[in-house]
Ligand binder design. Structure first.
Ligand SMILES: Cc1c2[nH]c(c1CCC(=O)O)Cc1[nH]c(c(CCC(=O)O)c1C)Cc1[nH]c(c(CCC(=O)O)c1C)Cc1[nH]c(c(C)c1CCC(=O)O)C2
Length: 371
C-alpha cells in the first residue's frame, strides 16, 4: 500500500505545472552532464549572517521561526541572488528539522549553534521518536517555503532542496551539539551496532519522505549533506553511512518517477570523506560535492569521468584580496574543467566574510569559464 501513501494531492500537480519557465537552467544542465555556456555557480551558506540584510531579519526572529515561516524563509533565500548572479538558490532551512519532526527539541543558541536539551541517551530512547512516516506532515512549512520561492525565483535560478545524511543527523541526535570527536555518537556504532542501524533506518525513512515532498513542492535539485563524514574511516563509512546514502538516492528517484515527476539531479556532499569518494561514486547521485582538502584532479580520478563534481575552493580563501581570489578561482576552474562541473566553495560561508569577496568569487568563475 506504499504507493497510496505517496499519492500527491491534486493541488501539488497544479503547482508543478504552474511554475514560471526557466530563464536560466545552467545548473540543471551541468548537473545532467550537458554542455553549458559558462560554469554554474552557487555557494553553501550563501543565505547567512555575512549578509547585513540577513542579520537584519535574523535580529527580529528566532532561527527556527524563520525556517517555519515561508515568507521569511523565501525572503532570505532570495537575498544573495539580489546581490550576486548566482545560478542556484538553496532553500533557507536546516538539516536539524528532521530530528525536530521526529519529536526532538532543538534550539539554535547564538554563539553556540544547535543544541538538543535532551539528546538520545541510549537505545531505549529510540522508542520515544515519532514514526518516520508522520515526520513529514510536520514539515509542511518547508514545502510551502519551496513552492513560494520557486514562484518568486521566476526561473532565474535553480531551486535546491536539501537534507542531512543519516549519519550526520544521528551524530547530532546523540551528541546534542557540535563535537570535536563525535565520541558519544561513534560509541554507539561500536557499542550499540544494532540500535545504530535502527536509528539510521528511522532517519533514512523520514528523509526519503521529506525529500520526495520537497520535489513535489518545487525543488529542482536535492543536496544531501554528510557533513560529519570526516569522523568515520572507510570501514565505518561503508557500514553506517554508505548504505543509507544509497537508500536515500535509490528510493527518492524511484518514488519521484512513480509520481510522474521529472527526474531530479541529486548531489551528495561527504565532507571530510575523501577516503570514501570511490564508494560514493558507485551510487546514483549525479553530482558529488568535494571539500577543499581534495585536489580537483585527484577527485576526478577517484570518481571517474561521468560524475559531475561540485566545489571546492577553501572558504577561507575569501579572506584574501580580490586579485588572489580571481587567481585561485582560475586555477580551480582549470583543474575541474568546464564540463560536468558546478563551482562552489569547499564548505560554507562564515559570518565574518566580506560579501564583496563572494562577488569576486562569482565573477571570477564566470570570467574564467565562459565559452
Ligand atoms: C551541519 C549543518 C547544519 N545545518 C546545515 C548543515 C550542513 C551543512 C554544513 O556542513 O555546514 C545545513 C544548512 N543550514 C542552513 C542552510 C541554509 C541555506 C544556505 O546554505 O544558505 C543549510 C543548507 C542555514 C543556517 N544554519 C545555521 C545558520 C546560522 C545560525 C543563525 O543565524 O543563528 C544558518 C544561516 C545554524 C547551524 N545549523 C547547523 C550548525 C552546525 C549551525 C551552527 C553553525 C553556524 O552558526 O553557522 C547544522
Amino acid at each position: 500500500m506504499d504507493h497510496v501513501f505517496h499519492k500527491p494531492t491534486p493541488d501539488i500537480f497544479v503547482f508543478q505545472s504552474g511554475f514560471p519557465a526557466m530563464v536560466n537552467d545552467r545548473l540543471l544542465r551541468a548537473a545532467r552532464g550537458e554542455e553549458v555556456d559558462q560554469v554554474p555557480v552557487w555557494v553553501m551558506r550563501q543565505a547567512g549572517r555575512y549578509l547585513p540584510e540577513f542579520r537584519e531579519v535574523r535580529a527580529k526572529h528566532d532561527f527556527f521561526t524563520m525556517c517555519q515561516t515561508p515568507s521569511l524563509s523565501c525572503q532570505v533565500t532570495l537575498q544573495p541572488l539580489d546581490r550576486f548572479p548566482l545560478d542556484a538558490a538553496i532553500i533557507f532551512s536546516d538539516i536539524l528539522v528532521i530530528p525536530q519532526a521526529l519529536g526532538m527539541e532543538v534550539e539554535m543558541r547564538p554563539g553556540e549553534g544547535p543544541v538538543f536539551p535532551s539528546p538520545l541517551r541510549g537505545p531505549e530512547d529510540l522508542s520515544l521518536l515519532a514514526p518516520p512516516g508522520d515526520a513529514c506532515t510536520k514539515l509542511k512549512y518547508v514545502f510551502d517555503a519551496l513552492t513560494l520561492t520557486r514562484k518568486e525565483l521566476k526561473g532565474k535560478a535553480t531551486l535546491i532542496g536539501f537534507s542531512g545524511a543519516p549519519w550526520t543527523i544521528m551524530a547530532y541526535m546523540i551528541e546534542g551539539k557540535g563535537s570535536k570527536t563525535m565520541s558519544n555518537a561513534k560509541g554507539w556504532l561500536y557499542k550499540h551496532r544494532e540500535a545504530s542501524h535502527k536509528l539510521l533506518k528511522i532517519i533514512t525513512d523520514a528523509t526519503v519522505h521529506y525529500l520526495v515532498g520537497q520535489v513535489q513542492a518545487g525543488a529542482q535539485v536535492l543536496q544531501v549533506f554528510e557533513s560529519h563524514a570526516e569522523h568515520l574511516g572507510p570501514q565505518l563509512f561503508r557500514e553506517f553511512a554508505l548504505p543509507y546514502l544509497k537508500q536515500i538516492c535509490d528510493q527518492v528517484k524511484e518514488q519521484v518517477q512513480r509520481l510522474g515527476l521529472p527526474d531530479i539531479p541529486m548531489i551528495v556532499f561527504p565532507k571530510g570523506g575523501h577516503y570514501a569518494l570511490k564508494d560514493v561514486a558507485a551510487l546514483k547521485y549525479e553530482v558529488i560535492g568535494i571539500d577543499w582538502t581534495v585536489d580537483p584532479t585527484l577527485a576526478r580520478e577517484l570518481v571517474g569521468p561521468t560524475k559531475v563534481l561540485q566545489g571546492n575552493l577553501d572558504p577561507c580563501a575569501l579572506y584574501s584580496d580580490q586579485k588572489s581570489i580571481d587567481a585561485a578561482v582560475k586555477d580551480m576552474v582549470q583543474k575541474f574543467g568546464r564540463r560536468r562541473y558546478i563551482a562552489n566553495l569547499g564548505h560554507g560561508m562564515y559570518p565574518d566574510m566580506n560579501p564583496d569577496h563572494l562577488a569576486a568569487f562569482v565573477q571570477a568563475v564566470q570570467k574564467h569559464s565562459k565559452d
